[in-house]
Design a protein around this ligand. Structure first.
Ligand SMILES: [Zn+2]
Length: 54
C-alpha cells in the first residue's frame, strides 16, 4: 500500500548540530536529544521569513 502522507513528511534536523530528529509533517517542536536545542518547525505558509534559498 502506498500512502501520500509519506510524501508530505520531511526530514527535520536540529538547527544546531544537524542531528536528524525525525520525519514530520506540519508544525512540530522537538528538543534535540543530542544538544538539547529546541527546534521549532512551522508549516511553509506560516513562515514569514524571506524567500532565500537554502
Ligand atoms: Zn542538536
Amino acid at each position: 500500500m502506498v500512502t501520500k502522507e509519506v510524501e508530505m513528511m520531511q526530514e527535520f534536523r536540529c538547527s544546531k548540530c544537524n542531528k536528524l530528529l525525525g520525519k514530520i509533517e506540519g508544525r512540530a517542536e522537538i528538543v534535540c536529544i543530542r544538544c538539547k536545542t529546541l527546534n521549532i518547525h512551522k508549516e511553509a505558509h506560516e513562515a514569514h521569513e524571506t524567500k532565500d534559498c537554502d
